[in-house]
Design a protein around this ligand. Structure first.
Ligand SMILES: *Cc1c(COP(=O)(O)O)cnc(C)c1O
Length: 366
């Protein structure tokens, strides 16, 4: 058996004692996150982090919070939940804060899905869903997106206990209209609809208003992307107070530390800072899209902080590997062989990527 150790070669490990591990876990592959290199000179366009730092108020708040580390954090992150409620016009009792929205996804799966039960989502999408369904012993019902990445009609007929729509979707960057999400919530009220809005601040519309109108909707948000806080690990769910009360039972009482709670609150209090960075990212997104289209890539309309550049008929695995050799990381997925998912960096980073892509092309592409 071999495990993938990031940035290193596979390391061989034995399987002594693993008979005690649940079958579902032994049989699954495990989620593989994007590479996190230690070399700061690398142009890192592979994991959709924000290229700009968070509000300076975050560091001040974290420093202040670090003066009282002998105390446990607020178990329900009340100040943070009230700030979220205030910003989004929702009930604070329906907000659950997590150690990143990845933890919220874990909480959702473990509170909703019994072994053998079905979870449905369009694909390709965030591959962590596959891993979490496997951990739970659930069954993934994968609905292929049509070529234009509109909502698969088959998802409207799904009777899965939990349906997840990532909107904007990764790795496509595309959105499905709010009216489709509303139809999903309305046409199957006996199933839960989770809408993963990790990238929503880079987009035009949010589904948060569905939470007030339907009793079966959970919206997931994160501070990792738009608020530049991937390293702090804070995300949250917005749902009904009744569902939130159930999810809280599954959550560790102290799942979000004092420092993340304080930093996240400060970030949410500085909306102008986040908005300015989002505007810059959106401008660079338009500029990168033009450059890629000039080079002959098909670029799906993105409302996220990344684009999916497609070259039909040509695997992009070699291009991603060649870029990596030259110190530029982008993401290539086996599920989208002809595509490169490119995070929006600074204008300089994006220019460096485009220059390398052009010279690879001139040399006849790997
Ligand atoms: C980045 C991302 C998340 C997770 O964000 P964290 O809050 O950092 O855990 C969730 N869903 C999608 C689709 C993402 O891209």
């Amino acid at each position: 058996m071999s495990i993938q150790v990031q940035g290193k070669k596979d390391r061989e490990v034995g399987d002594e004692g693993t008979g005690l591990i649940r079958g579902a876990i032994r049989e699954m592959a495990g989620y593989v996150p994007g590479e996190q290199p230690s070399d700061a000179k690398i142009v890192k366009l592979n994991t959709n982090e924000n290229p700009y730092p968070a509000s300076p108020r975050v560091q001040e708040a974290v420093a202040r919070a670090s003066e009282r580390l002998w105390l446990y954090p607020d178990p329900t992150a009340r100040a943070l939940r009230e700030k979220v409620a205030d910003l989004l016009g929702v009930d604070a009792a329906g907000v659950v804060v997590g150690n990143g929205s990845d933890e919220i996804l874990t909480l959702l799966l473990s509170s909703v899905v019994d072994p053998g039960q079905t979870v449905a989502y369009p694909v390709p999408t965030y591959s962590l869903y596959d891993s979490l369904v496997a951990i739970q012993g659930g069954v993934a019902e994968r609905h292929p997106f049509p070529e234009d990445f509109s909502l698969p009609e088959s998802l409207l007929r799904s009777r899965a206990r939990l349906r997840i729509v990532c909107n904007p979707n990764s790795p496509s960057g595309t959105v499905v209209p709010q009216s489709d999400l509303e139809r999903l919530a309305r046409t199957f009220p006996d199933g839960l609809l989770a809408i993963d809005e990790a990238y929503v601040d880079f987009a035009d519309d949010s589904a948060v208003s569905l939470v007030g109108a339907h009793s079966n909707v959970v919206v997931l948000r994160t501070l990792s992307k738009s608020y530049s806080l991937a390293g702090l690990r804070v995300g949250f769910a917005v749902t009904t107070p009744a569902l939130a009360a159930e999810i809280h039972k599954v959550r560790d009482s102290y799942n979000v530390g004092r420092l993340p709670q304080a930093g996240a609150l400060a970030a949410l209090e500085d909306q102008a800072w986040m908005r300015a960075n989002v505007d810059r990212v959106r401008a660079t997104r338009a500029r990168l899209t033009r450059a890629l289209v000039d080079m002959g890539y098909a670029v799906l309309p993105s409302q996220a902080n990344f684009v999916l550049a497609l070259r039909p008929g040509r695997s992009q695995a070699g291009v991603a590997a060649a870029l990596r050799e030259q110190g530029v990381l982008v993401r290539h997925f086996a599920e989208v062989p002809h595509g490169l998912r490119i995070s929006i960096g600074t204008d300089e980073e994006v220019d460096a990527l485009v220059a390398r892509l052009r010279s690879l092309r001139a040399a006849g592409d790997p």
